[in-house]
Design a protein around this ligand. Structure first.
Ligand SMILES: Cc1cc2nc3c(=O)[nH]c(=O)nc-3n(C[C@H](O)[C@H](O)[C@H](O)COP(=O)(O)OP(=O)(O)OC[C@H]3O[C@@H](n4cnc5c(N)ncnc54)[C@H](O)[C@@H]3O)c2cc1C
Length: 429
């Protein structure tokens, strides 16, 4: 291993998804010296919508307009769900802190005070979510009021089809038109990519050129829906400038992942955390970890371990199978860094239900770490593995965030609670 000086910190957060990034934010804001080690994971696939609670029970597919009532029903029926360990005040505080932080990074969110909003997805289906990027909000209201609306396809842009969206929602929204336009300067026969278009729209010249292309097609539309390409770091500004040029509302609809919506969150987190002096070891992985009573020794690096981190506490936010927080072989699911016990179906043939599309989901999707009430992973005897080892986000057992539509809410609020608990433990000295 390369001999670099060990990095020391109060808290080492492992994982740079929604849970890890928000945990680092909460920790540094509480005065903890914080190191974040993580590889790019699911965050770049995210739509930008911040879900709190959408569906429960899964077998009935019951949708909740009021996410707080949804959480209350969920924890009554599933008392092991991580939400059952959190007060409403904690979940609210976690959301408010992250949204305020995003705002300082040019990423504005909005929504109904205490209600989910119905948002359009890339394929024209409608889903419920709690907080919506400001750049997508006019789409919510335009659909609600069935406003005259133009949806725009861009030649060569894959993963978005205005025509498909119209085919899916047009029945209930008759005043919807579509048009396909070339993006100024793009090769007429070639592919175009959301990130390139988004970065170009951060310049006033590109916005003027695109507005000139769109303007003749407005023809009385009150709003124009475009694929999510309205800038990366100043998306609301880009939207407002186009609205001024076009004289009507402009809104984004997410493209298929990976698009720019996840990238915006990733870059906002990275910029803001670096500004707050979180030590970021990005595109790095923790390979091994050892713990003693006094704290943790972690070995991290990009391709192989090349530095050590000495941390008084650790927060594990390494996600599920996609990012490698959980690993499965033919027999069992394991947690690879600390080799923590993973709650999972007793037998391999119980991992999945027979019908792949079973609306109840598959038991393996609820596998994960069991914790005590302080979000500390527990061992086979039910005791915390270490008093200052915490876990947060989708690695936790007894939840299926994809189907329950609670991804960001679960990530932010468990991270918030875990950091508060870590702080309390560290203050014991
Ligand atoms: C396609 C898609 C769409 C989504 N859409 C939405 C949405 O509309 N609304 C919503 O609320 N949420 C959405 N999400 C969910 C959200 O982005 C998060 O994935 C989810 O909240 C879980 O976050 P997490 O931080 O727990 O895990 P992850 O996002 O999986 O992050 C875990 C991180 O840990 C890293 N890691 C793993 N092992 C190590 C290691 N040894 N060392 C260092 N780092 C490690 C991984 O590389 C990864 O970066 C979506 C996710 C996907 C994939």
């Amino acid at each position: 291993m390369t001999d670099t000086a060990p990095v020391t910190c109060d808290l080492c957060v492992i994982g740079s998804g929604m849970a890890g990034m928000s945990a680092a934010l909460f920790a540094v804001d509480r005065g903890l010296s914080t190191v974040l080690v993580g590889r790019t994971g699911e965050i770049i696939f995210a739509t930008g919508f911040l879900d709190l609670m959408g569906v429960h029970p899964l077998e009935a597919g019951t949708l909740w307009n009021d996410p707080w009532a949804g959480i209350a029903a969920l924890v009554k029926d599933l008392p092991q769900h991580p939400y059952a360990r959190l007060s409403t005040a904690t979940v609210r505080a976690a959301f408010q802190n992250v949204i305020k932080f995003f705002e300082t990074q040019g990423l504005s969110y909005t929504g109904f005070p205490d209600r989910n909003a119905a948002v359009l997805t890339a394929v024209g289906t409608v889903k419920l979510t709690y907080r919506v990027p400001l750049t997508m909000w006019s789409g919510v209201t335009a659909r609600q009021h069935k406003a005259a609306c133009l949806l725009v396809d861009i030649q060569g842009l894959k993963g978005f089809s205005a025509r498909q969206i119209k085919a899916t929602v047009g029945g209930a929204w008759p005043d919807l038109r579509t048009v396909k336009v070339a993006f100024p300067g793009a090769h007429p026969e070639g592919d175009v990519f959301p990130e390139r278009l988004a970065r170009s729209l951060e310049t006033a010249g590109a916005r003027a050129n695109w507005a000139a292309v769109l303007e003749p097609h407005i023809q009385g539309a009150a709003a124009i829906g475009v694929p999510a390409i309205l800038g990366i770091s100043r998306s609301a500004e880009v939207m407002q400038d186009l609205e001024k040029r076009l004289g009507c509302q402009v809104f984004e609809i997410p493209t298929m992942p990976p698009g720019v919506t996840g990238l915006r969150m990733k870059e906002a987190f990275e910029r803001g955390l670096a500004g707050r002096k979180v030590r970021l070891l990005l595109e790095n992985k923790v390979f091994r970890a050892a713990h003693r009573d006094s704290g943790f020794l972690l070995e991290a690096g990009s391709m192989e371990p090349d530095r050590t981190i000495q941390a008084s506490a650790v927060l594990l936010a390494t996600g599920r199978f996609m990012g490698g927080g959980l690993q499965a072989d033919r027999h069992a699911v394991r947690e690879p860094i600390f080799n923590l016990p993973v709650q999972q179906p007793e037998r391999r043939d119980h991992w999945h239900r027979e019908n792949f599309l079973d609306r109840r989901g598959h038991p393996v999707n609820r596998a994960g770490l069991q914790t005590d009430e302080f979000f500390r992973p527990i061992d086979a005897t039910g005791r915390p593995v270490h008093p200052r080892l915490f876990a947060a986000g989708s690695i936790l057992a007894h939840q299926d965030w994809i189907r329950m539509k609670c991804g960001s809410g679960l990530a932010f609020s468990t991270a918030y609670a875990a950091v508060e608990n870590a702080l309390a433990e560290l203050n014991k000295g």
